[in-house]
Design a protein around this ligand. Structure first.
Ligand code: HEM
Length: 373
């Protein structure tokens, strides 16, 4: 045990710069998002273009890097680290205001590398959940190619929804593999995912029809997850299982809300309804999933024992309360509610980081259990 410790420390240290660049993207992204609400936050002198790149910073730089890192850690091989290294370099370029298309090229290469990793995993383990995640990774690469080809950010959003939606649904299917379900459940899910994928493709030629199809797929996927995810059972178990289940179930409600708004309001390109639908998915669904899985994923990446404290409910409650206020403000045209709700969302993310760092420090400094004779 003692002999392995310096190796573990080296491994943690090697991952830290990538994690740090991912988190810097999150910070820069939230900053840019607050300015767009608009909320009066300072605009630093170094603000090259990065304040404009809120969506890409959140999805490609933060989530792309963290997801690529988590996959590389899980595989325990060196080459999958190419994906988060490239996306972290792209993030650095975007935040540092690198000229020309270099940051987008790096992000595109990083996403293609990640897709290669995801399809390699299919080669190792050809299961439905690995294929779903690989299709999600491919959607991310496609979005970056569209970006390089000159498409606007709002045209990339359906592809990002597919990337994150399929990645998370694949993950949930994996975790519920040994759960008893009726024989028709998974085939029905595959049809629903097909509807989502078709919707994303159709947005290229008929944006309104494509977004409606994607939205319908999201509503159906949320209903499927709420019905068949193991969270319905684990919500009755105390401690960390209940915490995770609460986050998952709340996330499914937001996913259904996002889908319903897409169906009702498509096509969406900017403005209040765009804000409501997008953040119901990205903050309400995706961040609820991140909050739920963080007490397991962060320790895995940093080689620590799993951690959970009831204080984690703090950032969850603030996130959902802030988002509910923001969406009500968006849909009612009540701008102060949207601004307060957006700012409260920023507070929730800061609280999440603070609670996580506190838990990491506590786990690192906790006395080692002594071996019993
Ligand atoms: C509290 C945190 C956040 C704030 C304050 C915020 C704020 C905003 C604002 C004001 C917009 C412009 C909407 C419009 O057109 O009126 C926007 C767009 C967007 N947001 Fe957020 N956001 C936050 C979190 C997130 C997260 C976590 C994600 C993704 C994981 C995300 C992804 C996006 C995307 C993709 C767009 C569209 C970008 C575009 O069309 O240029 N946001 N956000």
């Amino acid at each position: 045990m003692c002999a392995a410790r310096p190796e573990l420390v080296r491994l943690r240290l090697a991952r830290l710069p990538l994690l740090a660049l991912g988190l810097a993207s999150l910070g820069a992204g939230v900053w840019g998002g607050l300015l767009r609400l608009p909320v009066a936050v300072p605009t630093p002198g170094l603000a090259g273009g990065w304040l404009l790149w809120h969506g890409p910073l959140m999805v490609c730089c933060f989530l792309g890097t963290v997801i690529g890192l988590e996959r590389a850690v899980g595989l325990q091989m060196w080459w999958p680290y190419g994906a988060p290294i490239l996306t972290a370099a792209g993030a650095l370029g975007l935040i540092g205001g690198a000229p020309g298309p270099a940051p987008v090229v790096l992000l595109t290469l990083g996403s293609a590398w990640y897709a290669a990793v995801a399809w390699r995993i299919v080669g190792i383990q050809a299961e439905k959940f690995t294929i779903i995640m690989a299709v999600g990774a491919t959607a991310w690469t496609a979005s970056n190619l569209l970006w390089l080809g000159g498409r606007a950010v709002f045209e990339l959003v359906p592809w990002w929804v597919a990337f994150l939606g399929l990645t998370i649904i694949g993950e949930r299917l994996d975790l519920g593999r040994f759960q008893k379900r009726p024989a028709w459940a998974v085939p029905v899910l595959l049809v629903i995912l097909g509807v989502m994928a078709a919707g994303v493709g159709v947005t290229l030629v008929r944006p309104a029809a494509g977004e409606r199809l994607l939205g319908a797929g999201l509503v159906l996927a949320a209903v499927w997850l709420a019905r068949f995810d193991i969270a319905r059972t684990t919500v009755r178990h105390p401690g960390q299982p209940r915490f995770m289940a609460v986050c998952l179930l709340a996330g499914y409600v937001w996913m259904a809300a996002a889908g319903a708004m897409l169906v009702a309001f498509a096509p969406l390109q900017a403005g209040l309804r765009y804000d409501a639908a997008l953040h119901s998915f990205f903050l309400g669904f995706v961040f609820s999933m991140i909050f739920g899985h963080a007490p397991v994923i962060f320790p895995a990446v940093l080689v620590l024992p799993p951690f959970f404290t009831p204080a984690f409910y703090g950032h969850v409650v603030v996130l959902h309360a802030g988002l509910a206020l923001r969406v009500v403000g968006d849909l009612a045209g009540w701008v102060p509610a949207r601004q307060w709700g957006g700012a409260i969302g920023g507070v929730a993310l800061a609280l999440f980081l603070a609670n996580t760092v506190r838990a990491v420090v506590r786990a690192l400094t906790a006395p080692k259990p002594t071996a019993r004779k």
